[in-house]
Design a protein around this ligand. Structure first.
Ligand code: GUN
Length: 294
């Protein structure tokens, strides 16, 4: 039987409607949540992510302060802009789009962001707090994946979860969140990566497979057990002359054959992507609420 396709756009729309209401309530108190956005360079994928994030802000009523800087921007100028945003009371969240162009020190930039405005959840202070189970801004893609699973009725507690990919943005934080002793955790997690021996042996044991490797067809039908839940985090551009843009987007999962075996599957686009943006809005609204203690 074919899998139920999890509609990330729909789940995101429900969450965004909830956020819109909260923003309206804050506005009645004279508070407009603000997001400071910094994009350095002109990587086409980063540009389209940033545009989507800003549109989503506008949709729920969050003010966004858009800063697009040339790839030649110095580390000092970038740090100065971050520090200016740290002290700007109109800005509740700061987003520096990654990856930064070569020559810029990503770690130093992330460390310069005020942890109280770190709505990406990338500052080591928030990473550490998350790891020990304290309240922290949760990174958007892992948090979005967990919300998608829960809101689709998938049980995380006790599940064998196999994550493919160990990035700081997805694989590592997601593994941490899923092993927490709380209502959104309690899973048994395996993290696989490029040095894993016999990847398929691991993925075939999984109740939930999460593909975040950044490579098309990382997960094929023979690697998934009947009835597994499959979450595809990959966003890969494939040349396609039949498309106006000259490319199409595919995930890390061989969608059609895998959907014949899975019980639930996320599509690309329209699965995890809209949730990542929504959790960024969620963190920005949370930050605004914390700033005024409501
Ligand atoms: N690059 C890819 N994903 C993300 C993200 O969630 N936040 C930021 N800042 N950069 C990214």
């Amino acid at each position: 039987m074919a899998a139920q396709v999890i509609d990330g756009k729909q789940v995101a729309a429900t969450l965004r409607a909830e956020l819109k209401e909260q923003v309206a309530k804050l506005k009645q108190k004279g508070i407009v949540p603000g997001l400071g956005v910094i994009l350095v360079g002109d990587d086409p994928a980063s540009k389209s992510y940033i545009t989507a994030k800003e549109r989503a802000c506008e949709d729920v009523g969050i003010y966004s302060d858009d800063n697009r800087l040339p790839a030649s921007t110095s580390q000092e100028d970038l740090l100065a802009l971050v520090k200016k945003m740290n002290t700007n009371p109109k800005i509740n969240g700061i987003l520096v789009q990654l990856p930064l162009p070569e020559g810029l020190d990503e770690s130093e930039v992330l460390l310069a962001i005020d942890p109280a405005k770190d709505v990406d959840g990338f500052h080591p202070m928030n990473v550490g707090k998350m790891m020990v189970g304290e309240e922290a801004f949760l990174p958007c893609t892992p948090h979005g994946i967990i919300q998608l699973l829960l809101r689709s009725g998938v049980t995380i507690e006790g599940a064998n979860v196999v994550i493919v990919g160990r990035s700081n943005i997805v694989g590592k934080p997601l593994a941490n969140m899923l092993i927490q002793k709380n209502a959104t955790g309690n899973a048994t997690v395996t993290v696989c990566h490029t040095r894993t021996k016999n990847l398929a042996e691991h993925t075939r044991q999984a109740d939930i497979v999460i593909a975040a490797a950044g490579r098309p067809n990382t997960i094929t039908a023979d690697m998934v057990r009947q009835g597994a839940v499959v979450i595809d985090v990959g966003v890969n551009r494939i040349e396609d002359a039949t498309k106006k843009k000259g490319y199409r987007l595919v995930g890390d999962v061989d969608f059609e054959p895998v959907s014949e075996k899975a019980s639930f599957i996320t599509p690309v686009p329209g699965g995890v992507g809209p949730m990542t943006i929504t959790m960024l809005l969620y963190n920005t609204v949370e930050s605004a609420k914390r700033a005024v203690k409501v």
